[in-house]
Structure formats: structure tokens, C-alpha cells
Design a protein around this ligand. Structure first.
Ligand SMILES: NC(=O)c1ccc[n+]([C@@H]2O[C@H](COP(=O)([O-])OP(=O)(O)OC[C@H]3O[C@@H](n4cnc5c(N)ncnc54)[C@H](O)[C@@H]3O)[C@@H](O)[C@H]2O)c1
Ligand SMILES: O=P(O)(O)OC[C@H](O)CO
Length: 331
């Protein structure tokens, strides 16, 4: 495979961080941005002050508002927020060559359909080969070149290994996987669980409650993954447990910080109004609960987060509900 050029669709914080890290790995990078002002700023001053302030991007990263420009690249990373993947990948599909590789880097499920983003992209770009890149990584840290490791999944093991080589460099280690479902699910569900972890912190419930919540959250994540065909080791890997640890452990996470604010008594609308960046767990929680119900899987923490976000219960009712559940065996 010739994988010299990388197209990045989405010029938010993560798209720019991945553009930066792909340059470090030696790729020629073109990044598509939704807002012309963001594209102009990247081209003119190598900055993205709206979404990734304080980072100077590589001079050779070229930004564009044309999806056709990005479609000409050897491999394309999809990094828009999850709810925009269908429309943007659908537009992109008009310009793609057959068998072109699309790597999903957004973390979420489609709210309307409950579908994985690989299913969504498969519907709108049926000729593409679809993979996923996911794992613990805050955009600001990755863009600055701090060390990290992620899962890069593609159904073919050889292709996954080649892509992992393509995007890796000493401070960004991509571990190859053939589990595209598992790699996406970890990133989607950890966002919902991080809202719960934030609520625990915001309410001042203590470190013991935090540890219990993250552990039981991991059990929920694993149950859902196995039911949807993911491998247990993926759920326990970088894109599952790894990202859960990061996102539930730092107020730098938008999902965790939203939960902290809810725990402190702020309203969802108030918090969302105050940010321009995406908080994916808000959109994914309902989809997770619906899939869990359809598959008969017990996911009480995700259920409680959905209840709070959808306005079906208060934070205190959600906590009371979780603590009064009948005791069961740990598995
Ligand atoms: N920021 C991170 O640290 C990080 C790390 C890993 C994965 N992710 C994932 O990457 C995805 C993108 O997140 P982000 O942090 O780069 O976003 P962001 O919050 O920095 O920016 C929001 C993005 O949404 C875009 N946008 C707004 N309206 C749009 C529309 N109608 N159509 C298309 N795009 C539109 C904006 O142009 C911008 O790129 C999310 O799924 C997120 O979970 C983020
Ligand atoms: O800020 P968050 O909560 O969207 O998390 C960012 C990344 O997904 C962490 O891996």
C-alpha cells in the first residue's frame, strides 16, 4: 500500500492533533475544516485558536474546505464529531476511489440509529475499507508530542499492522488490532461513563466511590462489547480500559468535566451553552441504553447517565437508584 499522504476530515482539537502527529510520522498532511475561518488560520498562521489554542502546527500541514482535496490522499482519518460523520462521509464518498481506506477517529454512536460509526460509514461509502483509531489521548498532549499509545484497528491484520507503522513514531505508538467493533465501542462508551465519574467527583462522593464506579463501568463496557462481537482483550486494551482510565481520571476530559458540573448542581443546558467543543457522551448515552435494552444487557451506570441527561431523573435520584440496586455476583 502507498500510504504517504494522509487526509484528515475535521479540524477540531483532535483532527489538528492527529495532523500534527501524522506529520511527525512523516506523512504529507491535508486537513479539511468545516469553518473557513479555521482553515484560513491554519494556512496563514499555523494555529487553530478556536479548538486547539497554544499549539503551533507544522508549517507543512495544508488546510482546505474542499473534501475533494482530502479524498485525493492515500488514507483518510474521519475526525468530525460523531453526529456529523454520516453527512460528511456521505459527501466525501462522491470523491473517493474504490477501496480507499477510511479510519474512524471520532468516538461515539449515532444518536438517531444507535449504529457504530463503521456501520454508518459503510452505508454512505460502501466501497471504502473501514478502520478505527482509538485510545487514551488528549488532543493538546498529543499535539505537543507527549508520549501516548492507541489502538489502530482494521479487519485485515496485515493492513492494520501497516497502518500502525504508517502513523507511529516514538511518542505516538499505534498498536495494531483486527477488532474494529471493539476499538470503536470502548471510545464511545467511556465517554458516557466519564460523565458518571465526573458526577461522583462533583458531588464529593470520594475516591472509593470513584474506583467502584470505574470498575463497574468497565464491567458494563465489556458486557456490551462482547454482546456486539468485540474481543474481550480489546475491551481491556488501550481503546477500552486505557481510555476509560484517562477519561474518568482527569477534569481535562470534556465528558468528565461535564459530569463534575452536573454533580455541582449546574444544568446540562447551562454547561453545553458555555462550550464550543463537543461532549460526545451526551449524544451517545441514549444510544447505549437502547442497544443494551435490545440485547438484554444490564448497564445501570450508563442508564443512570442517560436518565440525568434526558431529564428523566435528578443526579441525586440517579445516585440513590444505583446504590439501592439488589446485590448480585460480581461478574
Ligand atoms: N479532543 C480530544 O482530545 C479527542 C481525543 C480523541 C478523540 N476525540 C474525538 O474526536 C472527535 C472530534 O472531537 P474534537 O475534540 O476534535 O472536536 P472539537 O470539540 O475540538 O471541535 C468541534 C468540531 O466540530 C466541527 N463541527 C461543528 N459543526 C459541524 C458540522 N455541522 N459539520 C461538521 N463538523 C462540524 C468543528 O468544525 C470542529 O472541528 C470527537 O468524536 C471526539 O470524541 C477527541
Ligand atoms: O475530552 P473528552 O472527554 O472528549 O476525551 C478526549 C479523549 O477521548 C480522551 O482519550
Amino acid at each position: 500500500m502507498n500510504l504517504q499522504s494522509a487526509g484528515i476530515v475535521g479540524a477540531g482539537a483532535w483532527g489538528c492533533a492527529l495532523a500534527q502527529t501524522a506529520r511527525r510520522a512523516g506523512r504529507d498532511v491535508t486537513i479539511w475544516g468545516y469553518e473557513p475561518s479555521v482553515v484560513d488560520e491554519i494556512n496563514e498562521s499555523h494555529r487553530n485558536s478556536a479548538y486547539l489554542p497554544d499549539v503551533v502546527l507544522d508549517d507543512d500541514i495544508r488546510a482546505t474546505t474542499s473534501l475533494k482535496d482530502v479524498a485525493a490522499c492515500d488514507v483518510i482519518l474521519l475526525v468530525t464529531p460523531a453526529q456529523h460523520v454520516r453527512s460528511i462521509a456521505g459527501e466525501l464518498a462522491f470523491h473517493l476511489r474504490p477501496d480507499q481506506i477510511l479510519i474512524i477517529c471520532a468516538k461515539g454512536l449515532e444518536q438517531q440509529t444507535g449504529k457504530l460509526l463503521s456501520e454508518v460509514v459503510g452505508e454512505v461509502a460502501p466501497a471504502a475499507e473501514i478502520g478505527a483509531l482509538s485510545g487514551p489521548g488528549f488532543a493538546d498532549e498529543i499535539a505537543r508530542g507527549l508520549p501516548s499509545a492507541v489502538t489502530l484497528a482494521m479487519a485485515g491484520e496485515n493492513e492494520a499492522a501497516e497502518l500502525a507503522q504508517t502513523f507511529s513514531h516514538p511518542s505516538f505508538r499505534c498498536y495494531a488490532s483486527a477488532d474494529v467493533i471493539g476499538a470503536q465501542l470502548g471510545g464511545a462508551v467511556k465517554n458516557v461513563l466519564a460523565i458518571a465519574a465526573g458526577i461522583v467527583q462533583g458531588k464529593g462522593l470520594g475516591a472509593s466511590a470513584h474506583a467502584a464506579l470505574v470498575t463497574r463501568g468497565f464491567a458494563e463496557l465489556t458486557r456490551l462489547g462482547i454482546a456486539l462481537g468485540a474481543k474481550r482483550e480489546t475491551m481491556a486494551g488501550l481503546s477500552g480500559l486505557g481510555d476509560l482510565i484517562l477519561t474518568c481520571g482527569s477534569a481535562a476530559s470534556r465528558n468528565m468535566s461535564l459530569g463534575i458540573a452536573l454533580g455541582q448542581g449546574r444544568t446540562l443546558g447551562d454547561v453545553l451553552k458555555s462550550r464550543s467543543s463537543v461532549t460526545e457522551g451526551v449524544f451517545t448515552a441514549g444510544a447505549v441504553v437502547e442497544i443494551a435494552a435490545a440485547k438484554g444487557i444490564d448497564m445501570p451506570i450508563c442508564h443512570s447517565v442517560h436518565g440525568v441527561i434526558a431529564g428523566l431523573q435528578t443526579v441525586d435520584e440517579a445516585i440513590e437508584g444505583l446504590l439501592s440496586r439488589p446485590l448480585r455476583s460480581e461478574g
